[in-house]
Design a protein around this ligand. Sequence first.
Ligand code: HEM
Length: 485
Amino acid sequence: MAKRVLTTESGAPVADNQNSATAGVGGPILLQDQHLLEKLARFNRERIPERVVHARGSGAYGYFEVTDDVTGFTSADFLSEVGKRTETFLRFSTVADSLGGADAVRDPRGFALKFYTNEGNYDLVGNNTPVFFIKDPIKFPDFIHSQKRDPFTGRQEPDNVWDFWAHAPEATHQITWLMGDRGIPASYRHMNGYGSHTYQWTNAEGEAFFVKYHFKTNQGVRSLSAEQAAELVGKDANSHQTDLLQAIERGVNPSWTLHVQVMPAAEAADYRFNPFDLTKVWPHADYPLQRVGRLVLDRNPDNVFAEVEQAAFSPNNFVPGIGPSPDKMLQGRLFAYADAHRYRLGVNHTQLPVNAPKAAQADNYGRDGLHATRYGSRHDKNYEPNSYAGPAQTGSALGAPLAVHGWTGTYETAAHVKDDDFFQAGELYRLMSEDEKGRLVANIAGGLSQVTRDDVIEKNLAHFHAADADYGKRVEEAVRALRED
Ligand code: HEM
């Protein structure tokens, strides 16, 4: 096969890619060696800022196929017909560690899904956990600082992790989840995905529903014990990436079944739990799962940097028929993601192939900026309204409105009749088998016993006691035993 000619960035042939140009055999390098200058300069700029959270991840393309009629709840076009398929891209991730971190660690997993629908891209940016640690976005930077590497020691510090939680009783539910058996998934294929937040669906008649998304893995949920994970990390720090890549290359395409819980909007005000509190689930007995469709991943990206590192998901990318709920965490996220992308990837990140609409087309008067690749034709106007053929608004609402009332202020999330910080954590504990409870207690005690301040330990123990008397007693005993060692 004839070799292609190696060129400089401007396309001129390169004579020598092994030896730089020098002044004589032993002399210094010449500034005129354009190929060397370009090569070194480009190499210095290969990295972009990593994501401030969820830095380490893996992605794959696939499709979503509707299996059940949900047109009674939403007018979203990609959900409009049984059998309808929509191309998707899914990025899985760990949360706390940096880009070079290991996969098999105790941490929530990201489950960020882009649907390339013919009404624009719909991003559902969820986790493998149905709840989260906090319920107000104003706490998110502090929470993440406490979980990531300490600015002085450069490592994750149990003192910081548990000190934050000592001040966040609402995290007890998610901590119970994370420290339990599902806290270290065996692979990305063997875990569920959740939208976690409550979203609003609107049907063609304008009726509103609140929904929660559940993607159940068809591979079965499989997890690792702390010991298994430690061993695996030593053998293959990229174990989740290896597993996903190889499964899809072998044609063993992972799939998930999407179910939703649906609450008629009028029921939200009097539901026993605040349906917009991200630290709570809706028990299935109250709102059963209803099947929607199947998500299949069947194609690995050709280039990890282009398609996984540059993937940009925003919870604010909705399509008609789907919109936000008043969940404060979700509302904070509606801002945070595109802002992160503008910093990490630039203002034109939506023009990168993995992020650009595929089944729809972006057509607006946004212009130019660094790295723009989409320009209008010479006849297009760059203002609106205009008397020419440019794009114009539809005038149709994208979804039902949300009712608001009251005065501006900084309020705690409203508690409904059954809401407190501990009840659902206790319910989760009581659901566990005896063995599982033992592992949960050992995992919590393993971390909490490393904390240096007694008052921080006491505050955390009080949370487990409040969730369930047996839970609190066992964690307290296990922590005491480890500290006496
Ligand atoms: C107010 C709370 C939150 C804030 C401010 C926040 C902010 C962020 C930011 C800035 C990123 C990096 C985005 C990028 O650089 O591309 C990110 C990534 C991510 N977040 Fe959040 N986050 C919050 C809560 C959550 C919650 C509750 C979930 C899940 C239910 C979640 C799931 C994710 C996922 C999956 C990613 C990775 C997306 C990807 O694969 O590119 N986050 N978050």
